[in-house]
Design a protein around this ligand. Sequence first.
Ligand SMILES: [Zn+2]
Length: 225
Amino acid sequence: MTFKPRKLMLGWAERVINRARTPLPLKELAWRLIRLVQMCGRSNLVSFALRPLAMHRRLQTGLGMALAVLVVFGAVWDPLPSAASDTGGMMELVVMPEGEVSLVTDESVQVPLEDYRMTQKFWFLHAGLDMATLTGAPIRPVMAGRVIKAERDAGYGNHVIVEHNGGYESLYAHMSKIGVSVDQQVSMDTILGEVGSTGHSTGPHLHLEIREGGKLVNPGAILGI
Ligand SMILES: [Zn+2]
């Protein structure tokens, strides 16, 4: 029997991502695995590095080959804190490598919260940033603009979308209270609403998305955080 770690890993990762009930941390592991395998590309560094470990007799018999692969990737995987994040599944999938953000604007930008803890970054299965803080903390827009949506739905909960110059839109989700209405002009000092945990959320946090020309981009790259 030949051991093909690349094929095995990709197959496993795809199954994990495609399964609806997979817990978010496992999906993240699977996604990182795919990225790592893709990063190594044709040089097949991963398979080269993994072969001696996975073929090690003790590991092979003691844990099984699949687990040996998991152990190796467990070591390079730093889990993100799971508190105060989206419950997953409802949010839009993003297939865009990080860093492909071209911000050509003279507008000044700001981080929408004064104090926060980043609980989930922008990645394959997460369309924005999760910034955890206390319920009721004021949320300000990333740039001045005009409110184009202020409503409640099942996934985002109470949320507001602001349209900005340069084809940008920003979305603020899971608010406890909405403080603006559609068509309202907002400055960087306007309070859009208050942090909450409405919609698919496990604790008080702001889920922030930014679109450029309708395409999701990494808010972290725009805000420099
Ligand atoms: Zn989120």
